[in-house]
Design a binder for this molecule. Structure first.
Ligand code: 0O2
Length: 248
């Protein structure tokens, strides 16, 4: 290509557009992270319990976006990239228990400014390799100096055990350049079943502990009420005794 034919102004314009395009996704991630932090704090203050173990957010690199554009055969316009590649902004949340996944997703899905575009439940319907996670494509508005934009954010919610499995599977997948030997595929599937059994057992144990704590709290409350009643009953007696003592 002859260098004189390259229009520098066109390149500058493209660079500005690309920066604006990516910036919107960064703001969407900031917005979502704030929402998640508020839920985390509220849980801590009100329920004295925090289901969120880790939150990891990432912006897809321009190289990965480019690769996906080629793979999905979408055109190179910003509009078509936005509509086709909906995981440019991604958040992965690890929680303690399976029930936390659904509780947290409900809290996000019910927020007024969030629109649920897609929901894939790989927990109720795991992938054939054993992958489990709840995937949401959410659309949120972001407000800039001169405009408002709606941006897609992919949110993946899973338990720590599911996350542990997925990160190892991801490493193996790339180590074998996507051609994983059958024996490993089988072992990974077995590991996924073990992870599910662990998740279910932990959830059951947690329910038992919570029920025990609630019963103890009720007993403590009852004992406190009994003591208050007893004190109230004894109060006049004490007053009477001191009255008698003082008026001897
Ligand atoms: P990265 O680098 O993690 O972003 P899509 O290609 O996203 O439009 P797809 O495949 O239908 O369409 O999306 P899906 O099923 O919602 O999965 C998207 C993301 O989930 C993947 O992103 C992975 O992060 C994760 N994922 C899905 N399946 C598996 C799996 O079998 N194992 C593991 N470890 N992760 C999985 P990317 O873009 O592939 O990669």
């Amino acid at each position: 290509m002859n260098i004189e034919h390259i229009d520098l102004n066109e390149i500058k314009k493209m660079k500005v557009e690309m920066t604006r395009f990516m910036m919107a996704y960064k703001f969407a991630l900031d917005e979502m992270n704030t929402k998640i932090n508020i839920l985390k704090d509220e849980f801590n203050y009100i329920h004295d319990y925090n289901p969120i173990e880790h939150v990891k957010s990432r912006l897809k690199s321009p190289e990965s976006i480019f690769k996906k554009v080629v793979k999905k055969e979408c055109s190179f316009s910003f509009n078509s990239i936005k509509e086709t590649i909906r995981d440019i902004a991604g958040i992965r949340i690890s929680v303690s228990f399976i029930s936390d996944i659904y509780e947290l997703s409900k809290m996000l899905e019910n927020q007024k400014d969030i629109r649920v575009i897609e929901r894939k439940d790989y927990i109720k319907n795991p992938k054939p390799n054993g992958y489990q996670s709840l995937h949401l494509i959410l659309e949120i508005p972001i407000f800039m100096s001169d405009r408002e934009e709606s941006v897609y954010v992919e949110v993946q919610i899973r338990t720590i055990a599911m996350d542990f499995w997925a990160s190892l599977e991801h490493k193996i997948y790339y180590k074998y350049n996507k051609e994983v030997p059958n024996r490993l595929v089988q072992e990974l599937k077995e590991a996924a079943i073990t992870a599910t059994a662990l998740d279910k057992k932990m959830e059951r144990l947690n329910k038992e502990i919570t029920a025990y704590k609630e019963t103890t709290a009720v007993i403590e409350n009852e004992e406190m009420l009994l003591k208050i009643n007893k004190d109230q009953f004894h109060l006049p007696m004490n007053l009477i005794k001191s009255y008698i003592q003082n008026n001897k």
